[in-house]
Design a protein around this ligand. Sequence first.
Ligand code: GLU
Length: 399
Amino acid sequence: MTRALSTKTENIAASLTVAIDTLAKQMIADGKDVVSLGAGEPDFPTPTPIQDAACEAIRTGKTRYTAPVGILEVRKAVAEKLKKENGIDYAPEQIIMTSGAKHAVFNALAALVNPGDEVIIPAPYWVTYPELVKWLGGKPVFVQAGIENDFKITAKQLSEACTDKTKAILLNNPCNPTGSVYSREELASLAKVIVEKDIYCISDEVYEYFTYSGSFVSAAAFDGMPERTIVVNGFSKSYCMTGWRIGYDAAPAPIAKIIGKIQGQATHHPSNVAQYAALAALQMGKASTESMCAAFKKRRDFMVERMSAILGESVKAPAGAFYLFLPVSKLYGKTTPEGTKIEGSIDFCKFLLESEGLAIVPGAAFGDDTCMRFSYAASDESLAKACERFERGVKSLRG
Ligand code: GLU
């Protein structure tokens, strides 16, 4: 066959977080001794009330099509959650259930982006954002946030990045991969620019329950924001439901309508059973999420302490999510025992996987080659092993 395949699809990169997770899981299945801190995937089981609700849904015939936007009960529960916990008003009609938060980001971009539109993405960013923007014919515009500003962009930077082609900003707070969390004041100053420049905001809030100091504030919680903000969230991280693929968009009414239309054509709706499971998650209270957050805080502190000792310099503790975005560029230029020079984060991660059986994600995948991302949503034992392997790998470098 000689006919060309879709060029716009050929022009986007595959997800490196997914690729590394898949590779590590395959290596483990093949009997290799690999510790994976690649994907951000909580190691705890899905809480029992959610499991029970899903079994009950299957037994009681919740196994047929639902409306493209999802079942009303869960959309009502999401609207109530947004009101109660985040102080934001989105009616049940404005909630669209999706197959995970990634799908919700895709929906939001698909509803907004015309060819040539610019979408501002603070960098470091989650791997998926620029690729989806490109796939839809838009242009990602990166606003670099350095480690000196705690990996957070300022209102001035945002204002300077806006042009007459800017359609939206894609915010991720708390941030994957950096773990940074914007304060209320910082978000208020960004919101002011977003409203002044009259652009949309896609706010991916999937790590909202994982903040270790200060509290989480939604980007939609400021004057002028609800009518321009699509809030994205999901159950994968907060309720250990990665494989269930369930999340949602909360969008201004006209955008919610468009997303419903897209979904009706593309996927029809997320799994009916997973929607009932999500409903149970929203009804079960926060005890399990809080205890998971407490466990992650301890793990974060362990990682920060160990990494500071290994690198011989103090590593700053991230304020949220469950990733450590570790600056490692001072090790670049060194040579592995096999004689390969480490030129950047990709080489370094390759070396650690091949020589030490340690899977982590290179910072280059997130738009910052000076760092590497460790997910600490893994067992204490895995984290201890990972640190040992990292230390051995670092000590083996020459030069
Ligand atoms: N969001 C997680 C991560 O960044 C899971 C993998 C993915 O969807 O990218 O590791």
